[in-house]
Ligand binder design. Structure first.
Ligand code: NAP
Length: 254
């Protein structure tokens, strides 16, 4: 199997940006997708990847919309000549302020993190099966996909769903030489964490609290996740499938 083209969602920043840059360094041509409002970030990354001698294609859309995901996969195949690695990274993490959150929050989080991951897996699998070259599908779970907690009911449920999706897809797609795995990050310093609307002091306290739960005594960085994805996307990971692998500095959430 020749692994040449990777598609990354939520690619404009944070973990998705680090994964896009790392896979380009590994020799992949990269399709990067994110919401239309983040196009200028994608263009800056595209320029850097092109300067490394790799092709980078930009697609904007919403992973919770079936038409956007199907066109993202089709356009990637058309522009880069195939699809070998799908990284379904895009996700949201709103915190609830009332017991168990609201119905609206549940539906929004499930639409982006649950349905969005499913659509990425499904359309990537269809394309890879037709291509007959095997492939790698990689999803984004979380430490909250292994341990529920206060204020994250919908988010934790959506990340547990990614684990179930990953195990089941791995069983169904193994016969096509497609492996399916997910990463489960601990606290990683990205804009998602800043998006909680916390002030600097509260964020610093939260980082210290997380660090104290880990064996390594620090929060993670986007490159910590990109390193795992680099391996999962490689030929060498070919006998690993159905796994949701924690990258959490050795925290208790596993
Ligand atoms: P991030 O910095 O917020 O980046 C996620 C990207 O996905 C953003 O550009 C976001 O755009 C985009 N996105 C949101 N909704 C989308 C949609 N409907 N369609 C397409 N793109 C959409 O997040 P991150 O920290 O890098 O996290 C990446 C993944 O890892 C997520 O699935 C997250 O749940 C998971 N994760 C992160 C951590 C952590 O500590 N950072 C821990 C565990 C798991 P907007 O900014 O406009 O929303």
């Amino acid at each position: 199997m020749a692994l040449r083209v990777a598609l990354v969602t939520g690619a404009s920043r944070g973990i998705g940006e680090a994964i896009s840059r790392r896979l380009a360094t590994d020799g992949f041509d990269i399709a990067m997708s994110d919401l239309p409002s983040l196009t200028s970030n994608l263009e800056a990354i595209q320029r850097d990847i092109a300067s490394m001698g790799r092709r980078a294609y930009i697609h904007t859309g919403d992973v919770s919309k079936e038409h956007d995901v199907s066109s993202m996969v089709q356009e990637t195949m058309k522009n880069l000549g195939g699809l070998h690695v799908m990284v379904a990274n895009a996700g949201i993490m709103p915190l609830s302020t009332e017991p168990l959150g609201t119905v609206d929050m549940w539906q929004r989080v499930m639409a982006v993190n649950g349905l969005g991951s499913y659509l990425c897996y499904k359309y990537a699998a269809e394309a890879m099966i037709k291509q007959k070259q095997g492939g790698r599908i990689i999803g984004a779970s979380s430490f909250f996909g292994k341990q529920g907690a206060e204020n994250v009911t919908a988010y934790a449920a959506s990340k547990f769903a990614v684990r179930g999706l990953t195990q089941s897809a791995a069983r169904e797609l193994g016969k096509y030489d497609i492996t399916v795995n997910a990463y489960a990050p601990g606290f990683i310093e990205t804009p998602l964490q800043l998006g909680f609307g916390m002030d600097k002091d509260t964020l610093a306290t939260m980082k210290r609290a997380w660090a104290s739960l880990t064996a390594l005594g620090r929060p993670g960085q986007p490159d910590d996740i990109a390193s795992l994805v680099s391996f999962l996307a490689s030929q060498g990971s070919g006998y690993i499938t159905g796994q949701t692998i924690s990258v959490n500095g050795g925290s208790y959430f596993d």
